[in-house]
Design a protein around this ligand. Sequence first.
Ligand SMILES: Nc1ncnc2c1ncn2[C@@H]1O[C@H](COP(=O)(O)OP(=O)(O)OP(=O)(O)O)[C@@H](O)[C@H]1O
Ligand SMILES: [Mg+2]
Length: 503
Amino acid sequence: MTVAIEMGLTTAGAAAAMDLEELLATRLLVQGNSGSGKSHLLRRLLEQSAPWVQQAIIDPEGDFVTLAERFGHLVIEAEDHTERGLQVAGERARLHRVSTVLNLEGLDAENQMRRAAAFLGGLFDVERDHWYPMLVVVDEAQLFAPAVAGEVSDEARKLSLGAMTNLMCRGRKRGLAGIIATQRLAKLAKNVAAEASNFLMGRTFLDIDMARAADLLGMERRQAEAFRDLERGQFMALGPALSRRPLRLNIGPTDTSPRNSTPRLMPMPEAALEDARAVILAAPPPDASRPQRRPAPDLLEQLRAAKAAAPVISAEVVEEPVSAEELAERRERVDRTLRAVLAAPDAGFRAIGVLYQEFVVRCRIEGLGASVPDLGEFRRMLTHARAGLGTEIAEDDAWQEVSLRASILPDDMQGVFMMIARAAKEGWPCPGDAAIARAYGSHSLRRAQRLLGYMEEQGLIVVQLDGGGRRFVTLVELAWATAPGDPHGDDQPAEPIANAASA
Ligand SMILES: Nc1ncnc2c1ncn2[C@@H]1O[C@H](COP(=O)(O)OP(=O)(O)OP(=O)(O)O)[C@@H](O)[C@H]1O
Ligand SMILES: [Mg+2]
């Protein structure tokens, strides 16, 4: 079966088609300066081939998420997932043959590289039974396979370059057809560019890119000068899936549009902003009010919690004025009730909804019905209690800082972070896997290790081993470090729940 993808018209007016089967075997490189129409070209190619072949798009700018509405691509927000999560997602996308857009918008270069590499790794590593053909489109490929080291860590660069090299060099056997686009050929790693046999060259201004293009296409440099005169949306095509001779074509229209289309000139607002200075230069809001996007919540856990908490009638607002002493006294009783709830031997392993329900019941018995903290407040109290913090410590300035840092983590991880922070502040040994798992409400030691890994990825902590294999954790911004502790040991002096219960 031959499937011809209509890309547009040649300058002579004939249909310009691309042979999809040939493309799968021989890959494609698109290059052109900013605004030359590369992303538009990729969109045209994706739209035309969507009915025929599975697709994955590595999308650094979130341009392609609009394919979802029309063609049903699954959009994966890379920001919401760990590298491991994305690797697994890549594998599953192939298993289930689902077309995907990996949206890397909003991540820094380092994380864009790491997460793209993880996802590509998943596509690549799937078992032989699932090696169905698939187009893997990488826009702005120079970001993922840079020619020279940039500001990112060596590790991220190695991961990302490795994944791109695998895609372009070894992908074909596995059914992966790499289609990469770049603004600047000179910025793209040579070995990655060299594996494509099809080229679509758009408008190019810089001599160094022109020279690289001429070399790749086997043209005289003089001939490559023609790339300067190409218009937006015009490309020179060459390669087994396209044309045996350089062929100039105009890319046709697309059905969908990019989400981030080029800004257009807009009339200026008619009325001048009054007091522009005061508005534009007003003090910035505190950082804490601009929370970063959090990882996807654990839905199952939330459902369970919601279900457990459902029968509880939400606390009424205290209407009558209360004195400071009264408030303090109530607070002390609430604290005492919380400690009683946490004193149960299995308290560490129970879902927050279950704990909350029990807490509410006990508060009622204590006659605190009207001032029961809501679930959010309970969560914060629990976090502090599990970290072994009393109310006084929690109000300490440095701890405010720790809470602020912790707030970028999902709620259920914050307690673990606080527990580690506490150990670091006091110079106690780093809690073992078992203690970490317990503070997270889990029995799984591997989950404890993954938690540390996740916090490290978020830039909160650095985990290191000393010569004896003992682990210690440094808090990145506060420069507190735990003493080395045995990851497998479970005799932690900072055992948080026992602490809170007996305090
Ligand atoms: N063949 C075409 N027909 C109509 N409009 C086009 C065509 N090619 C590009 N455009 C329009 O030109 C603008 C720039 O194109 P595009 O975003 O594809 O450029 P690009 O090469 O990807 O640029 P960058 O490298 O900055 O991402 C877009 O608004 C796009 O819709
Ligand atoms: Mg683009």
